[in-house]
Every structure is written in C-alpha cells, then in structure tokens.
Ligand binder design. Sequence first.
Ligand SMILES: *[C@@H]1O[C@H](CO)[C@@H](O)[C@H](O)[C@H]1NC(C)=O
Ligand SMILES: *[C@@H]1O[C@H](CO)[C@@H](O)[C@H](O)[C@H]1NC(C)=O
Ligand SMILES: *[C@@H]1O[C@H](CO)[C@@H](O)[C@H](O)[C@H]1NC(C)=O
Ligand SMILES: *[C@@H]1O[C@H](CO)[C@@H](O)[C@H](O)[C@H]1NC(C)=O
Ligand SMILES: *[C@@H]1O[C@H](CO)[C@@H](O)[C@H](O)[C@H]1NC(C)=O
Ligand SMILES: *[C@@H]1O[C@H](CO)[C@@H](O)[C@H](O)[C@H]1NC(C)=O
Ligand SMILES: *[C@@H]1O[C@H](CO)[C@@H](O)[C@H](O)[C@H]1NC(C)=O
Length: 806
Amino acid sequence: MALEPVSLFFFFLLATLLSFARTYQNVSLGSSLTAQSNTNSFWSSPYGEFAFGFQQISGSDGFLLAIWFDKIPEKTIVWSANEGDLLSSGSEVELTTDGQLVLKAATGQQMWKANVNYTGVITYAAMLDTGNFVLVNSNSVYSWESFKQPTDTILPTQTFGGGGSSTTLFARYSETNYSRGRYTFELKEGNLKLYARYSPLDFIYYPYWKSDTEGNANQLVFNQSGSIYLTEKNGGSVIQMLSSNEASPQDFYQRAIFEYEGVFRHYVYPKSNASIERWRRGWTSLTNLPENICLMKTGDNGDDRGLGPCGFNSYCQLDQRPTCQCPEGYSFVDPDDVSMGCKQDFVSQSCNEASPESNLFYFQEMRNGDWAFSKYEHLQQVTEDYCRQECLGDCFCAAATYVNGSCTKKKSPLSNGRIDPSIGGKTLVKTRKSNTSISENGDGDSGKKDESALILIGSILLSSSVFLNFLLMVATVVVFRICHRKRKVLQPCDDLRFPIRNLQCFTYEEIKEMTNEFKEELGCSSDFAKVYKGVLKFGNGSCVAVKRFNRMITESEAEFKAEVSAIGRTNHRNLVQLFGFCNEGQYQILVYEFMSMGSLVNFLSKDSRINWYTRIQIASETASGLLYLHEECSTQIIHCDIKPQNILLDDNFTAKISDFGLAKHLKTGQNLTITAIRGSKGYIAPEWFKKMPITAKVDVYSFGILLLELICNRKSLELKAEDDFQMVLADWAYDCFMDKKLHVLVEEDNEAMDDWKNVEKYVKIALWCIQQDPSMRPSMKKVTQMLEGTVKVSIPPDPYSFISSI
Ligand SMILES: *[C@@H]1O[C@H](CO)[C@@H](O)[C@H](O)[C@H]1NC(C)=O
Ligand SMILES: *[C@@H]1O[C@H](CO)[C@@H](O)[C@H](O)[C@H]1NC(C)=O
Ligand SMILES: *[C@@H]1O[C@H](CO)[C@@H](O)[C@H](O)[C@H]1NC(C)=O
Ligand SMILES: *[C@@H]1O[C@H](CO)[C@@H](O)[C@H](O)[C@H]1NC(C)=O
Ligand SMILES: *[C@@H]1O[C@H](CO)[C@@H](O)[C@H](O)[C@H]1NC(C)=O
Ligand SMILES: *[C@@H]1O[C@H](CO)[C@@H](O)[C@H](O)[C@H]1NC(C)=O
Ligand SMILES: *[C@@H]1O[C@H](CO)[C@@H](O)[C@H](O)[C@H]1NC(C)=O
C-alpha cells in the first residue's frame, strides 16, 4: 500500500516529534536553580524551544518559577508554580536526591512542591520540547508533568481534564500579574464551564459560558495541528470547539490561553523572523465562546450577584480588549488596578424630605450603556423627563436606564456595567453638580457685595431704633460669617493666591513637536489666533488644542494675557481646561484640552441635531460655567463673548465654555465702562451700544440668545428663513410666545413636543435673559435656579418695553 505524500509527510513529522520527546536533557537528582537578577537560571529543552526555571517579572524585582517559550524575545510564560505569587531573589528550586521537586524561598521556607504519583522511584527530570516538564521514574513513566497541572495556558499535544490531570484553569489577575484572577475554566461533570469567581474564596458564580455537554465531555484536546476539541466519555464523536485556519506546527508556535479578562483565545507566533514578530490571534471561535466579556453576566434570572469584569460603579467597553472606566463623578479605587471598580467622589444625596437636594444633581448620559444589576424599581410607559425627575427626586437612585418608554432605577453600588451597541437606550448617571452646596448660601445675587448692601439698607431703615439696628447688625454679621466660612471650605477656585495654577510651561520646540509643525488646523478662534490639533508627549498621549496668537497684531498680546489670566485661575467642569502655555519671544501659545465633538455651532441645524435632553443639558452646563465665572471666583470674570462657536463639546456632549480672549475681570462691586464694543453680532447685549456700564448681565443676554438657539435648534440669525419674521430668532420667539404658538418653535422635534412644560419654561427663561434693560435680566444664579426648577419662572415682559419707556 503506497502512502500518499501528505500522509508520508505527517508520518515523518510524527516520527521527528516522537524522537524529540525521547531526547531528554536530563536533570539529575540533586540539581538546583537559584533566582538571581541578570543571571539565566533555567533548564532548557533539547532544541531550546522551552525553558524551566526562574524568570524575573518585568516591572518588579520578583521572580516566578515558570516554563516559557525560550526562542522568542517575549519569553512568554505558559506555566507557573506557587499559584503565580512572586518569589524574591535567592529563592531556589531543587530536584532533591530522593526525587522531590521543591521550591524554597530565600529564607528556606518551602513554598511549593510537585505533587508526584508515587509509583516507582524518580530517577531524573526533563524539560521537553513540547513545553512539558516531567519527572520520570525508574520505569520511564512520568510521575509528574506540568501538562497535567496547567495554570492558564494549554499547548499543542496537551490534553486537559482527563487522565488524572487538573480540571481547572485559573485566569491570571492581569496581563503581568500571574496570581489567580477573577475567572475559572472548569471541566467538571462532563461539562466545560467558564465562571467568574469571588476571590479570595473559591466561590463561583453562575457560569457565563458552558459547553452544554452535561455528563458527556471527557477531555479537552489541543492537537498537534492546532485544533481544540472536546472528546466524549464513550470515545464517541468529538465536539469541535475551535479550529485552526492556517497555523501549521512547523511554521508557528501556538498556545491557547484562558486570558485574565475571562476569554479563551488561541495565539500563533511565526517561527521565522521570530525576533521581529508578535503573537497574533489564531483561531476563530466555532461555538459561541464569549469574545465580548463586557456582556458577561455573573447571575441569572434575578440571581444578581457578582460584579462583572470591571468592579462596582465601573463600566466595561470592548476596545480590542475590555477596558474599565468610571462615570463622571467617580474615580478608580486603585488607579493601578482598574478592576477594583470606582468610588463615588461626591457627597450622596440627602434623604431628608425637607431638603430633597434634587436641584443639586444632574445626569450624565451614557448611550448604549447599562448596569445589568442593581435595579430596584421599574416604571413602564413613562417619558424620559418623568424618568429623570423620578430619579432626581429619589435619594436611593444612583442611575436610571431609559429604554423604549421604560425607566429602571438603579441603586448603589452599580454592578455589571457595560457599553455596547447591542444594549440600546441610555443610562442616566446621577452626579452632584459640585461639592459646593450652593443652595445653603441663600439666593443672593452675588456674594459679599449684596450682603454688605443688605447691612447698609438695613441700617437706614431701622436707624430709628438703635437696639433693633444693633440686633440686625449682629444677625447679619453672623449670617455673613457662616456663608463666608462655607465658601472658604467648599470654594472650588482654590489656589487663587497664585495667578497661574500649576500650568505647564512649554517651549516653542515642544509645541512644534506636539502639533507636528502645526500640521492640522482646527480653525480660527478670533482674528488674532489660530487653533491646531496636537498630542501631548507625557501622560497618556491625550489630544490637545493648541491656540497660537498672531504676534504681528498688537491686540493679540492683550488677548493672550486676558485669556491666561482669566482661564488660568479657573477650574470647573464646564470650562475648557488650560493645560499650559508658551510665551517665548515672539511666540504666544495656549494649550487646551481637546474637545472631540467640536463646537456647538456645528450642531445647530436640522441636519445634525443633538437630541432635546442633551440640548437642555448643554444649556444647564453653560449656565453653570457662567455662574462659576460670575459668582464663584474671587474676582468676577465676564466672558463677553458667549455664543455657540465658543461652547465646545466633549465625547459625552458635556458643554465647556471656551475662548476667554475678550474676558474681563471685575473686582467685586466694580463696574466697567468700555467704549470699544466687544462680542459678536447677534449675541451682543444692547448696553454695549449705549455707553452704559458693562456688567455680568452682558453674558446673561448672550446666554438668553444661546438658550433660544438650543430650544429651537437653529442659529440666532437665519438669513434664509422661510418667512422674514423668522429671521431674527429672538423676535420670532417672543412673537410666538405672545401668540401662544410656541409649538411652531419646536415643530419637528418630537422629544421637545413631548416635554412641553419644559419648552415653555425654557422659552420664558430665555426671554427674561434677553431683556433690553440689564437690570431686568436675572443673575446667572437665578437663571440656574430657574433652569433647575427651584425658582418659579414668571411671565416675561416684552424685551423691548425698556426701550419704549425711555
Ligand atoms: C537520561 O537518564 C536516563 C535514565 O537514567 C538514561 O537512560 C538516558 O541515557 C539519559 N539521557 C541523557 C541525554 O543523559
Ligand atoms: C499514577 O500512576 C498510575 C500508574 O502509572 C496511573 O494509573 C495513575 O492514574 C496515576 N495517578 C495520577 C494521579 O496521576
Ligand atoms: C497581583 O494581584 C494580587 C491580587 O490583587 C495581589 O495580592 C498581588 O500583590 C499582585 N501582585 C503583584 C506583583 O502586583
Ligand atoms: C487535529 O484535529 C483536527 C480536527 O479534529 C483533525 O482534522 C486533524 O487531523 C488533527 N491533527 C492531528 C495531527 O491529529
Ligand atoms: C519575514 O520578514 C520579511 C521582511 O519583513 C517578510 O518579507 C517575510 O514575509 C517574513 N516572513 C514571514 C514568515 O512572516
Ligand atoms: C467631595 O466631598 C467628599 C466628602 O467630603 C470628598 O471625599 C470628595 O473628595 C469631594 N470631591 C471633590 C470632587 O472635591
Ligand atoms: C425598542 O422598541 C423597538 C420597536 O418596538 C424594538 O425594535 C427594540 O428592540 C426595543 N429595544 C429594546 C432595547 O427593548
């Protein structure tokens, strides 16, 4: 019978492999290895494919007793002793004269021992070219094999589960921490199952994957040509799990690993060019082995235990590998170990019914995001606004998921969080606006100035009664003290003694490198400056916006200084953050955080609309940034150029005010008269044209216009409007309001139509803001309170009534 060429080839291959397996490089009894830095300390296989010994773990001074691929630069570990716990320098492994393989710490303490099968006397040990380390007895039988005690990896020719071998793989803790991690892979009772486990106890949760071969599966085989299959007990048919595509054993190293993130994967590594290659993903999965572990659940049908891949309060998102992130207002418990979850950084909502604090919280929107567990209330057929109000008013509610008209309230700690397009809907994460409890400061217009004015007015009114006057003075001073102290403690603009809060100072060379010689222009921010995209070298290489001023124009220097001194002192989530600057000879440059979604102006049209709730959130966030500038910093800052071009949006559509080139500082109580008009057409308050004092109310006016734009999702001036009277948004809005035809403003916006009460409210607020008489306009504090709903909004007068009365 003639052998076909292919079979012949396999025959020779098999013969070669068998001869490999027989060629031992014997480790004789009494041999030992010691862990030492910079010293190779291992026993190698005959062809040098694998090594057994001590490997120093990069990034630490600890060692592992391990087996690794020795011919590739990474020296990838495939097995380790001592449950992956690190050993110190000086630790020793010995094959004792009586045939025991023992690992001892430098102190002499026994750390680990191979659990041998006592049939016959052990005569030597050997590292084989398959990756198996064996202890061989006098009958040439293996009394112990590393292949039967796998850790997280299996190799070609290795079988898992049968013939006295271990039935569990433990995923390691992280990529570089080999200690036992959060997942186990178990072949038990004829079923292969993947579990998350509750460490340090070996308690396991409901399996997140199983082979559904109840009672039948016998062992998992990784054969020489790179297939993995489950064999059945009765020797019957095999269940193919994973199949190799083109990885032939002559050309590729292979391994299958139960990875730290709980996924079972096959990798191949080309043998030629080994020094410049990397491990590549090999198999494609045949049975639905989980690839996106973010969607894994540790409980089933109401048995909501366990915390998902990312720990409590955290959420998981697949990006090549699963990544864990904290929602806003939360931060990692341990930044070096993100799987520990996130902690809440703000004071929880008070459950005191007298002060429900619902106005002090806002929602961060997580599209396609959810925490699968932690639910405690389910409301059906409600609007999104209802869902929001429900959660805001409920101190137990940490987040709410809104999908298809149903609202699910979630309590703390949030568990099994993930973002994936398959989830749909959105989750609203409740976060405190800031740690400052604004409401406790009363609703005065602005801090100190008003309080002293109050003292003055009080004194005049009550001067007839010296005693009463005295009482009033005492009371006012006490109130003032309390407010003052509270401000001190909670004031977010700390460090005001230093004009420029730890800003990075860049050299021009660094800026050039960062922007790749000003390659990518993002736009012009004013007549005097251009903005470029850059990448920070340090940190995580995050993107930045680099604003370069044109030194040829004298005004630009003033603009640069105004901007640094205004924003350099601020620190608020709704103001764009300045990272640093460069002021080198003729170069004046500012480096800002990069806002990925760009400016709000790009979204104010029918074609690229942001949804209603995001728009009103942008309005509240802009208001909150302005409130901070006007009232929460020691010197008041007037922005002077609020318009959609200057409202930037990040990934989550969080609004941040930018461009402080025209900003003005005012000491408390100071008024400003400027002759040169600042600001932009369509958004400029009328007092600029009337030589009236300029106050923070100019920003309120511009905000009012911006609010109308957000409500109606269009620009303030639209030259190509369908009707002439729609051209100027402010006028059109007032007319619609007077004619009780507000619906025409939001006609095509179903979400807004469904939220009718709020549309009405926001239009009223906007009309208050655009009053021609600055004193009629509310302060930003009042505006935020009206937006939040803590202050009622009365009917606004005609914005022009002031003019007609002059
Ligand atoms: C290894 O030891 C066995 C048994 O003592 C012996 O038969 C064999 O020749 C040795 N092999 C080598 C390469 O030393
Ligand atoms: C020990 O060795 C005997 C004989 O080789 C074998 O039948 C048995 O399965 C082995 N036990 C273990 C636990 O490996
Ligand atoms: C690995 O993780 C375990 C579990 O958190 C921890 O106890 C151990 O210190 C870590 N080891 C290293 C080297 O970081
Ligand atoms: C490995 O298993 C696959 C699938 O069962 C089979 O086609 C292949 O021939 C096997 N290879 C070897 C060397 O046994
Ligand atoms: C080895 O590297 C060379 C040059 O990079 C490349 O052309 C060749 O395809 C590589 N060989 C394999 C097997 O990847
Ligand atoms: C808010 O206050 C809490 C408790 O006082 C504190 O732990 C937390 O760090 C504060 N958060 C911020 C962002 O200041
Ligand atoms: C929402 O409703 C639509 C249409 O009824 C349906 O196709 C979709 O699957 C639902 N989404 C969820 C998450 O239930």
